[in-house]
Design a protein around this ligand. Structure first.
Ligand SMILES: [Zn+2]
Ligand SMILES: [Zn+2]
Length: 197
């Protein structure tokens, strides 16, 4: 059984099967690449699901396991609506793709948990009697029954370079960084001021 730290559920906000599933997908990718969780930007994550995906919670699990987060700018979501990730070992240009197996996903999507979600019941209001067995199932299955894990392939994906160059918007006087500054009448302005000009 894979042990998931309690903070992963706390960060996510509720207990559902997709969050630990994402955590396991992240672990499987780290394991295949033979790397540790990113403390800085050693890894870059491309998550292929996106907003309003039925398993959107998956992404929080992946971010928790890999240390690739939006805050560190080493995670992006592609809105392909697939339950898959690509994890890149940035310095060594190696990557792996982990896809949730269709057979497993079909079963998960016909579970009582998903049926209740379809009826509009929020995850935190779904009984632990429904959620816990599904979570335990996720934690007890073998990687090979859950995921299709690709061979390692080469990737030149790099995260954006951090910037410390800042300006004060000429209109609202709020601080912005150069990568989002726009020029209006020869002055640096923020995007909202630029768009409402
Ligand atoms: Zn969730
Ligand atoms: Zn402004």
């Amino acid at each position: 059984m894979v042990n998931i730290p309690e903070w992963v559920y706390e960060f996510h906000g509720h207990k559902c099967p997709a969050n630990p599933l994402g955590y396991r997908a992240g672990l499987a990718a780290l394991n295949k690449l033979g790397v540790e969780r990113a403390s800085n930007k050693e890894l870059f994550l491309v998550c292929e699901n996106g907003p309003a995906h039925a398993m959107g919670c998956f992404l929080d699990g992946v971010m928790s396991a890999t240390g690739c987060t939006y805050g560190k700018s080493n995670a992006v979501a592609k809105n392909y609506s697939k339950t898959a990730i690509v994890l890149v070992d940035v310095n060594n240009h190696r990557a792996v793709r982990v896809l949730l197996k269709s057979e497993f996903q079909k079963k998960a999507l016909s579970s009582e948990f998903v049926e209740l979600r379809k009826q509009g019941i929020e995850p935190k209001d779904i009984s632990a009697d429904v959620a816990t067995p599904l979570i335990n199932k996720v934690l007890n299955m073998d990687d090979r029954d859950l995921f299709e894990i690709s061979d390692i392939f080469s990737s030149d994906i790099q995260g954006p370079k951090g910037t410390y160059t800042w300006y004060e918007c000429d209109r609202c006087h709020e601080i912005i960084f150069e990568n989002a500054a726009r020029v209006l009448d020869g002055k640096n302005v923020c995007i909202p001021c630029f768009e409402s000009r």
